[in-house]
Design a protein around this ligand. Sequence first.
Ligand code: FES
Length: 321
Amino acid sequence: MKAGSNRIEAVVTDVVAVNELVKRFHFERPDGGILPTFSGGAHIVVEMRDDGRTRLNPYSLMSSPLDTRDYTISVRRDDVGRGGSLFMHSRVKPGQSMVISNPVNLFSLDLRAKKHLMIAGGIGITPFVAQTSQLAGEGGNFELHYSCRSDALATYADVLKQRHGRRIHVYRDDHDEKLDLPRLLAGQPLGTHLYVCGPAGMITWVRNTAAAAGWPAETVHYEHFAAPQPGKPFDVTLAVSGIGIRVGEHESLLEAIEAAGLDPPYLCRGGVCGQCETNVISSDGKFLHNDHWLSEEEHRSGCKIMPCVSRFEGKSLVLER
Ligand code: FES
């Protein structure tokens, strides 16, 4: 995707406080027309115009892929993040015009699977809300295991139970309920695919447990978006364009490149798709790699950076852009 292409003018039709941390946002076309189709697991990028700065944050679609009259996302407030979730929580109101991207799916269901076994943690529940709607509509075989802190933060657990009954299993930390993952994995029929979305630690735990139990890597799917982190400002020279830019404390390198008028490619803006990969021409300092795309060796080499999530601390950085 290029910034500036695939943009959809939308209007916010509803904002709902789901619990103390999560708000839900509904988008429709201004003329009420149908939005582009998508499949469960897709995300959109929401453009936020915040006092002269543009933020573009990805959020999973959680509305049903079978009904694209509106798109729905949920945003968990992050009080120590770069401000995107705070902008959504405090500044976005019903009736407001916003720009969103076409949906992109980097966490799609493998429809060859005989059964879909889903593991969610916290706000990682959102792509599964769409995927379970899709599978229920198609008569698919699925089961969802959802870990959350408490009943109060069991976002959408009631809705999912109402829709899908005994296929939904909820584990609350404050009730000392814990998913017995090795046992769950051991009891699955041949042809089952495993999906996980949640905190990084949970994704690692599920992937490692599945690998230890002999699950082939191609049957294990995960959504591992990294949110860009704030950090010290740093200067960058873009050699091809012949310009110098400064990356602000609450800005990602990708956003700073875009703010300078360039149109670099991206899809996920979360360090997983590889689209924004950029060659480093020279550097004198330390890279703060936050992506899940480059290998450890590539991180160590200092020859590449993923500008959507990674930062730099040091004297000089020259990129091939
Ligand atoms: S945009 Fe996907 S890794 Fe950077």
